[in-house]
Design a binder for this molecule. Structure first.
Ligand SMILES: Nc1ncnc2c1ncn2[C@@H]1O[C@H](COP(=O)(O)OP(=O)(O)O)[C@@H](O)[C@H]1O
Ligand SMILES: CC(C)(COP(=O)(O)O)[C@@H](O)C(=O)NCCC(=O)O
Ligand SMILES: [K+]
Length: 287
């Protein structure tokens, strides 16, 4: 049975994880190793950050200005929660520099071999999270603002990866850099491949183009590491999985979708740094 906030001691075991991506902020509220809630918000300005901190100090996790799912029953967050941040956006990270209980995760904190200095911390943490859940070797496909592929070998050494514009960025760049192409919102379902109108032609090109590229990378990865799990994450992960289910069911069957992968990585690093025991699986591998 999970402990209530008061049973968990002085800071009541409460802490927040924040992964700062290029499109949005990804938040998780933890009690110890237990992830209680995950949500996403837009990037903040200083006023919104102040509102958030005040809300936490009232025991509330969210305020009306951000797209939260709503309170978790009548549970309250302990005031001044420790905040563990992984960021690939320096300006958004800078907003939190004066937060009292701040822990910034950097590459130096990670138990991975062969990292190069400019590797994104989100990519490295996703590897740690994926290995925590599935072991090494592992390939992570993160369909975020950028779509990244990041693989590590059986010893936890970075093999390498690739970066391409993600779904949203490809759609946006077509609109912005052409005269005639309209804005197309991210499709909720797999678009028709052979389209007979402009918006669907754009959606098709982006979804099937990205999908085919990812499929090819996965096939190549399995040439090197035939038994490796492939973990899919990021805001566009669900679309990517739909593409694989439709066009390559044998690949889709072996791909694990884990939208909250980054938090598994952050939790693992926090445990290590706090000298706590290594966590077991905590996240449902489903969209
Ligand atoms: N509710 C949403 N808000 C923003 N982007 C979303 C949403 N649902 C799906 N997406 C898609 O997910 C991608 C952004 O993924 P995300 O993992 O949030 O990015 P990042 O971590 O880089 O901020 C974009 O391509 C976008 O089109
Ligand atoms: C590739 C990224 C932009 C992905 O960021 P995201 O799309 O998740 O916001 C980020 O991981 C980053 O800035 N990486 C640095 C370069 C590298 O990983 O090689
Ligand atoms: K990401």
């Amino acid at each position: 049975m999970s402990k209530t906030a008061t049973e968990l001691g002085s800071d009541q075991g409460n802490w927040l994880a924040l992964s700062i991506g290029n499109s949005r902020l990804h938040w998780a509220w933890f009690q110890g190793e237990l992830c209680k809630q995950v949500w996403h918000s837009p990037h903040l300005d200083p006023a919104a950050r102040e509102k958030l901190i005040h809300a936490w100090n009232r025991g509330e996790l969210w305020d009306g200005g951000l797209e939260y799912p709503g309170p978790l029953g009548d549970e309250a967050i302990a005031p001044n929660p420790p905040l563990w941040i992984a960021s690939v956006v320096p300006q958004q990270l800078a907003l939190w520099q004066s937060y009292r209980r701040l822990n910034i995760i950097t590459l130096a904190d990670l138990p991975l071999l062969g990292l190069y200095p400019t590797l994104g911390i989100d990519r490295a943490l996703a590897l740690v999270g994926a290995a925590t859940e599935s072991g090494w070797p592992v390939l992570v496909v993160d369909a975020g603002t950028a779509l990244t592929l990041t693989g590590a070998d059986p010893e936890g050494r970075l093999v390498g990866g690739a970066i391409l514009p993600g779904f949203g960025l490809q759609l946006q760049s077509l609109t912005e850099k052409t005269a005639a192409l309209p804005a197309v919102t991210f499709p909720g379902t797999l678009p028709p491949r052979w389209a007979l109108n402009t918006p669907e032609a754009i959606a098709s090109g982006v979804v099937y183009g990205i999908g085919a590229g990812v499929r090819d990378f996965i096939s190549d990865w399995w040439q090197h590491f035939p038994t490796s799990p492939v973990v899919i994450t990021g805001g566009g992960g669900e679309m990517l999985l739909r593409y694989l289910q439709e066009t390559a069911p044998e690949i889709a069957k072996q791909a694990i979708a884990m939208p909250d992968l980054i938090f598994s990585g952050i939790c693992c690093i926090k445990q290590q740094q706090s000298g706590e025991s290594l966590p077991g699986p905590r996240f449902t591998p489903l969209y």
